[in-house]
Design a binder for this molecule. Sequence first.
Ligand SMILES: Nc1ncnc2c1ncn2[C@@H]1O[C@H](COP(=O)(O)OP(=O)(O)OP(=O)(O)O)[C@@H](O)[C@H]1O
Ligand SMILES: [Mg+2]
Length: 244
Amino acid sequence: MSDAVLEVRDVSVSYPGGGVALDRASLSVAAGEIAVVVGPNGAGKTTLCRAVAGYLPGERVRVSGSVKVRGAELAGKDPANIARAGVCFIPERQKVFATLTVAENLELARRQTARDPRSAAVDDEHVSRMFPILRERRTQPAGLLSGGEQQMLALARAFLSRPALIVIDEPSLGLAPVVIQTVLGALRQVAAELNVAVLLADQNIINTRELATRLYEMRAGELIQSQTGAAVGDYFAGHGAPAR
Ligand SMILES: Nc1ncnc2c1ncn2[C@@H]1O[C@H](COP(=O)(O)OP(=O)(O)OP(=O)(O)O)[C@@H](O)[C@H]1O
Ligand SMILES: [Mg+2]
């Protein structure tokens, strides 16, 4: 697909001592799309996210295949290079700099892109409106925020860094249902405002029903199904998610 922001082709990953955690995965995500990867524990969702973002630890992890973002080959590059190519990765854990304040976390994200002072001020205003809680907590270490608040800070950082692709792993993990709705609502808003491509991994199919424009199902390291359009809604309905 020529207008794809993310193109993953035949990516395989094996961890030392383990089997194949990701088996020739191929997918693509266009600007404005939210692709959701669902699958049970151990299916390989996190491995896929990390392969895209360049966060596979250790030289003994075997990785092959192609990961292109806006046409640039990123396979084998380190996470900093991949971030500079426009990929914002929000991992399951350690999604913010815990010992830095909320304001410092935001400032670091802002510095990733050049801006004139006026547009920086506009961004500040906008982030404060989108995430009022972060303004109240500006001077606190980010590590003291609740799980939901840390997720909001991670999304605010994503917004400020103006990525082409957001990769977000289990955004609903450990959060109360009402907080999940707030977090996913914020993700949807950030994605729409930036017209960014989103790759989201979640075990819980119900959480992401409202959000997915494209759905991939993963089992034992393989992407076994892909749905778009109305079929996404049918898939969720067939798996017990309530109708919209
Ligand atoms: N660092 C590692 N070393 C060895 N094996 C690993 C490592 N990380 C993951 N695995 C294995 O790779 C497979 C895929 O794991 P992965 O974490 O990608 O699954 P997941 O779909 O994200 O699961 P969950 O829903 O529990 O987050 C599993 O069998 C897991 O045990
Ligand atoms: Mg995982």
